[in-house]
Ligand binder design. Structure first.
Ligand SMILES: Nc1ncnc2c1ncn2[C@@H]1O[C@H](COP(=O)(O)OP(=O)(O)O)[C@@H](O)[C@H]1O
Ligand SMILES: [Mg+2]
Length: 292
């Protein structure tokens, strides 16, 4: 068990006595491209209260690859994803055992503040959730302030454009930067959330069923964006859409939970193998749609 003192990290973030030069350096390093990082879980188990929902999940998520987490509802995919950037511990009853290594350093014990971890490992949720009171442009840069980073006006403008371009949204919104984020279509809002996540230069992007609320055209657009981002960011995506897993991922991990048992990884491998000739017959049954 391994819950970290969140309050201490928050206080660190709010400290306003930082030297301006130091702040400028922090801002530059936060907005400069950083290399994608490898993420690896080792023997991760999770509980809500006394209910164990995941057992010994060990998984390598390689840099510049898209790893898809697949499996029936309730087998722990979202919970696992949330352990990967320390969002699991935001649930009061949650606990965890095991390690999550970001480029070899345990994000739970490595001494890196939790706010830094969540900046380096971004999250895009199932339902697009732009900040309703903010414009498109304000949404993109909203993470900077939360991370305690200051960027001047020109740099901000450049950052808004580059993140919207990377998220595949710039051409559609370049003349609507002052509109409320909520005025965009669902698919555009989701790409806005991707742009917002990119603005703090994450090395890893976690996506929990990012297309499940979207129409097929928007879904294809997000999938293209994922393909383009994978060159610079390590991506872990939960999806129930097997065609999507085949289209976007390099590797898949198949999760399964028995009745009243915690979820486990049945099998992990290249997407090609997982869909064509997996080792475990349950994997083939699942990817062929025979259950789940
Ligand atoms: N906040 C929570 N409190 C208690 N139990 C939870 C919570 N979130 C998820 N669970 C339980 O953990 C298990 C795994 O859920 P989840 O990770 O959401 O699965 P999946 O994403 O694969 O559908 C389920 O049994 C679910 O009921
Ligand atoms: Mg889920």
């Amino acid at each position: 068990m391994n819950m970290i003192d969140l309050r201490r990290d928050t206080e660190e973030l709010e400290r306003s006595d930082r030297d301006p030069d130091e702040q400028a350096i922090a801002a530059t390093s936060a907005t400069a491209p950083i290399a994608a990082a490898g993420l690896e879980s080792r023997f991760v188990s999770c509980w809500f209260g006394t209910n164990k929902v995941l057992e010994n999940v060990s998984l390598e998520m390689r840099p510049r690859e898209v790893t898809a987490l697949i499996g029936p509802s309730g087998c722990g995919k979202s919970t696992f994803l949330r352990t990967l950037n320390r969002m699991h511990e935001l649930v009061a009853t949650a606990s965890l055992a095991g390690e999550v290594l970001l480029d070899g350093v345990d994000i739970y014990r490595g001494g890196v503040p939790v706010t830094d971890i969540r900046r380096r490992i971004g999250m895009v949720c199932q339902k697009p959730n732009p900040f309703p009171a903010m414009t498109v442009a304000e949404n993109v840069v909203s993470g900077l302030r939360l991370s305690g980073l200051k960027v001047d006006r020109d740099a901000r403008r450049a950052l808004v454009e580059s993140c919207l371009r990377r998220a595949g949204l710039w051409n559609e919104v370049r003349n609507r930067l002052g509109d409320p984020g909520r005025a965009l279509s669902g698919g555009q809002q989701q790409r806005l959330c991707i742009a917002r996540a990119l603005a703090v230069s994450p090395q890893v992007l976690l996506m929990d069923e990012p297309c499940s609320a979207l129409d097929p055209t928007s879904t294809r657009r997000i999938e293209e964006t994922i393909g383009e981002l994978a060159e610079s960011v390590t991506i872990v995506i939960v999806t129930h859409n097997m065609q999507q897993a085949q289209r976007v991922s390099h590797r898949c991990a198949f999760f399964l939970a028995g009745e009243n048992e915690p979820g486990r990884i049945v099998e992990w491998g290249t997407t090609e193998k997982m869909f064509a000739e997996p080792d475990d017959s349950r994997t083939l049954d699942y990817v062929r749609g025979r259950f789940g």
